[in-house]
Design a binder for this molecule. Structure first.
Ligand SMILES: Nc1ncnc2c1ncn2[C@@H]1O[C@H](COP(=O)(O)OP(=O)(O)OP(=O)(O)O)[C@@H](O)[C@H]1O
Ligand SMILES: [Mg+2]
Length: 239
């Protein structure tokens, strides 16, 4: 479904991705793990078109998206939940969700019928958001804001969801709720590329994983094989 081939991404003179190659097959949950500064967020931002790769290609369902602007990439079916949630604090929960559905040309694509459908789907997944529908986004708890950020991304009815550290700063019980939701979203047919520092939970959830270190893919394999790898255990699982 998604293929990155030898991607190089820079911030000015700083090369944050030094030739990464990875793929995500339709229906999978794939995780990208690695330490702070490894390039995980940079990889997601390069896929969603926020950053342009200097070299390499990104293809999505057979189309080259490496040169497309972010809004076209959303329209192709890729939705990105950025690190740190970034919901609109001064908009209500409902308005935040509307923002996820209506970008320029979405007005045409997400009809009111579809909007209602997506809204029902996210409210079913996170009933708390329905209760908080008229509340300002900024007044939600951290966990609720994460649920809102994920829900907002789902409003565009994506084929592939990019999740950047959804568990960051959340209490363990909320983390389990979020991970359960990720599994449910996947079962609804959405393919997932998950970036996590919480390597143990991420590898448990994923069919496959990639380990990113200093801008390069260091290892990849089945989630359970990586969980059992001595190298991964030592460096990322604190065992
Ligand atoms: N705006 C920027 N300008 C310059 N360098 C940047 C910028 N953003 C990130 N970098 C550098 O790029 C590298 C990769 O950063 P990135 O944010 O992708 O890491 P990460 O794996 O997501 O880390 P974390 O786990 O802390 O979120 C780091 O060395 C970082 O300092
Ligand atoms: Mg990051």
């Amino acid at each position: 479904m998604l293929e990155l081939n030898n991607i190089h991404t820079f911030y000015g003179p700083v090369e944050a991705l030094k030739g990464i190659t990875l793929k995500v097959n339709q229906g999978e949950i794939v995780c990208l793990i690695g330490s702070n500064g490894a390039g995980k967020s940079t990889a997601l931002m390069t896929i969603s078109g926020i950053l342009k790769p200097k070299a390499g290609t990104i293809s999505f369902i057979g189309s080259d998206i490496s040169d497309m602007p972010p809004h076209s990439i959303v329209e192709m079916g890729i939705s990105h939940v950025p690190e740190g949630r970034r919901i609109f604090p001064k908009l209500t929960v409902k308005e935040n969700l509307e923002m996820g559905a209506y970008t320029k040309s979405y007005k045409l694509r997400v009809t009111s019928y579809k909007f209602k459908n997506q809204l029902d789907m996210v409210f079913e997944m996170f009933p708390i958001l329905m209760e908080r529908e008229k509340q300002m986004g900024g007044t939600l708890s951290g966990g609720e804001q994460q649920m809102l950020a994920i829900s907002r991304a789902l409003m565009s009815n994506p084929k592939l969801l990019l999740l950047d550290e959804p568990s960051l700063g959340l209490a363990p019980i909320i983390v389990s709720r979020i991970f359960k939701a990720i599994r449910e979203i996947n079962q609804e047919g959405v393919t997932i590329l998950l970036v996590e520092q919480n390597a143990h939970a991420a590898l448990n959830l994923s069919s496959r994983g990639y380990v990113l270190e200093n801008g390069r893919i260091k290892m990849h394999g089945q989630g359970k094989d990586l969980l059992n790898s001595e190298e991964v255990k030592k460096a990322y699982l604190g065992e």
